[in-house]
Ligand binder design. Structure first.
Ligand SMILES: Cc1ncc(COP(=O)(O)O)c(C=O)c1O
Length: 430
C-alpha cells in the first residue's frame, strides 16, 4: 500500500502560504526530486517519524550534524540541563572554553578560535579575516563548493544553488563578487595561473577539502598538498571549510585524514550537536587581528550560546572517548550501504558512480568518474529524482538533491543496512 501523506500535504499547503516555497531553506522543498516533503514530528537514532505515522531511515542526518543519531541521550540531557540555567546570557561562560578545548584537541591547527551561530557566518568571517590580515581583496573558491550564503561566496556555488540551477544569486551586486575567483576543483594548474595573473592580490584560497555540496568528491592525490604549497609561496592563506567534514571524515576532519595544516579552519554542523553553532579558528597571529584585539570586526548576539555549547560538548566528548570504534564503524557501515547499492545497480544494469569518504557518500547516475563539478553535472538528475521518490516510498530518506552528500550515523546498524538494501532493490530503475 502506498504511504499516506495526507497530514503532511495539508501542512505543506499551509506552509506555502506563509514561507516562500513552504520552507525555511530551499532544498528542503524537494523541488529538484519532485513530490512533497513529509513533515516530521520526532526522530530517534537512525529513524525519522512523520505527521502521518510513517517512518524513514535517515540518510541525510539534518545535512550532517547528527553523527550520533537523533535524540542521543547524553546530548538531550546536556541541553536540558543547560536550558534550566538559562538559554542565553550574552556574556562569557566556562562552557565556551570547555568546547573550544575539545575542538583544539581534534584540530591542532586551531590555536585560537571564535564561535558563531552557523557555517555561513564562520566562512564569511574567516574570509573577512583573511582579507584583513593580508590586506588583499581577491579570494579563490572552487566550482560546486558551498561556503554558506554570504554575498561573496555565491559564485558557482554548490548545494541549493547547484540544485536549483541558479548561476549565482540575484541581489548580489557585481561589485561584491568581482574579487571572487571560482576555479575548477582538483585542478592545480588553474590555481597557479590565477596567482600568476594576480601577484600579491589574492588573500586566500577557501575550499571544502572533500566536497560535499556538489555530491561527495574527494581531493585527488596531491591536490591539497599542492594548494598548501601554492598559497604558502604567494603569502595567501589556506582556509579549509570543514563545516561538513569536521569530526565527520575523521575526528580531526579532512586535515587529519590528508595531513594538511591550513592557516584557518571553519567548522559547523557536528560542532553544535544539532544546535545552531559554527566556529572559525587557526593561527593565533591571524586570529589576533579580530576585534577587540585587532581591526577586523566580527560579533554575534548568540555566539557561544550555552545550549549549543552544551550539545557540542556532549557530542565531542562522546566522539573523542570512542574514536577508536566510532570512525572505523562508520566507515564500514557506510561502505556496506554505498557499495551494496552500487552492486545492486550493476546487477540491474543501472549506471552508477559511487564516491565515498568516511561516512559521507553520493551515488551519481553517470558512467564517468566524478572529480569536479563539471563531471558531477553529467549525472542524470531525472533518474536521481525518481530513485529518491521510490526510496522515500520504501522508507528511506536520502538527501533530496543529487548535489548533496548522504550521511551515516553511529545509530545505523546492520538491520538498517539490510532495510536500505532491500528498499534499493525495489527502487532502482529496472
Ligand atoms: C561546507 C559548508 N560550508 C558552509 C555551510 C553553511 O553552513 P550553514 O548552513 O550552517 O550556514 C555548509 C552548509 O551546508 C557547508 O556544507
Amino acid at each position: 500500500m502506498p504511504l499516506s501523506h495526507t497530514r503532511s500535504h495539508l501542512l505543506q499547503q499551509k506552509a506555502e502560504t506563509i514561507f516562500p516555497g513552504g520552507v525555511n531553506s530551499p532544498v528542503r522543498a524537494f523541488r529538484s526530486v519532485g513530490g512533497e516533503p513529509p513533515f516530521l514530528t520526532h526522530a530517534e537514532g537512525a529513524w525519522l517519524f512523520d505527521e502521518d505515522g510513517n517512518r524513514y531511515l535517515d540518510l541525510f542526518g539534518s545535512w550532517g550534524p547528527m553523527i550520533l543519531g537523533h535524540a542521543f541521550p547524553p546530548v538531550v540531557d546536556a541541553i536540558r540541563e543547560a536550558a534550566g540555567r538559562s538559554a542565553s546570557f550574552g556574556a562569557s561562560t566556562a562552557s565556551e572554553a570547555a568546547l573550544a578545548t575539545l575542538v583544539q584537541r581534534c584540530f591542532p591547527s586551531v590555536e585560537k578560535l571564535r564561535f558563531v551561530s552557523s557555517g555561513t557566518e564562520a566562512c564569511m568571517s574567516a574570509v573577512r579575516l583573511a582579507r584583513g590580515f593580508t590586506g588583499r581583496d581577491f579570494i579563490v573558491k572552487f566550482e560546486g563548493c558551498y561556503h554558506g550564503h554570504s554575498d561573496a561566496m555565491l559564485v558557482k556555488a554548490g548545494s541549493g544553488v547547484a540544485t536549483l540551477g541558479i548561476p549565482g544569486s540575484a541581489g548580489v551586486p557585481a561589485e561584491t563578487v568581482m574579487h571572487t575567483l571560482a576555479l575548477p576543483f582538483n585542478d592545480l594548474d588553474t590555481v597557479r595561473a590565477a596567482f600568476a595573473a594576480r601577484p600579491d592580490q589574492i588573500a586566500c584560497v577557501i575550499l571544502e577539502p572533500v566536497v560535499g555540496n556538489a555530491g561527495t568528491i574527494p581531493p585527488a592525490p596531491g591536490y591539497l598538498e599542492g594548494l598548501r604549497e601554492i598559497t604558502r609561496k604567494h603569502g595567501a592563506l589556506l582556509i579549509l571549510d570543514e563545516v561538513m567534514t569536521g569530526f565527520r571524515v575523521s575526528l580531526g576532519g579532512a586535515q587529519q585524514l590528508y595531513n594538511i595544516r591550513p592557516d584557518l579552519t571553519t567548522l559547523g554542523k557536528i560542532i553544535g550537536g544539532g544546535l545552531p553553532c559554527g566556529a572559525f579558528g587557526g593561527r593565533a597571529d591571524i586570529m589576533n587581528c579580530l576585534a577587540p584585539l585587532g581591526p577586523v570586526y566580527q560579533a554575534g548576539t548568540l555566539s557561544g550560546n550555552p545550549l549549543a555549547m552544551a550539545a557540542g560538548i556532549a557530542t565531542l566528548e562522546h566522539l573523542i572517548a570512542n574514536q577508536q570504534t566510532i570512525y572505523p564503524g562508520l566507515d564500514s557501515t557506510t561502505s556496506q550501504i554505498a557499495e551494496g547499492v552500487a552492486k545492486l545497480a550493476r546487477e540491474a544494469g543501472v549506471t552508477l558512480t559511487t564516491n565515498q569518504v568516511g561516512s559521507m557518500f553520493t551515488w551519481f547516475f553517470t558512467s564517468s568518474p566524478v572529480t569536479d563539478f563539471a563531471s558531477a553535472s553529467t549525472s542524470d538528475t531525472a533518474v536521481f529524482g525518481r530513485f529518491h521518490r521510490a526510496m522515500l516510498e520504501a522508507g528511506v530518506w536520502l538527501p533530496p538533491s543529487q548535489f548533496e552528500a548522504a550521511f551515516v550515523s553511529t545509530a545505523h546498524g546492520r538491520e538498517d543496512v539490510d532495510f536500505l538494501l532491500s528498499a534499493a532493490r525495489k527502487a532502482l530503475p529496472h
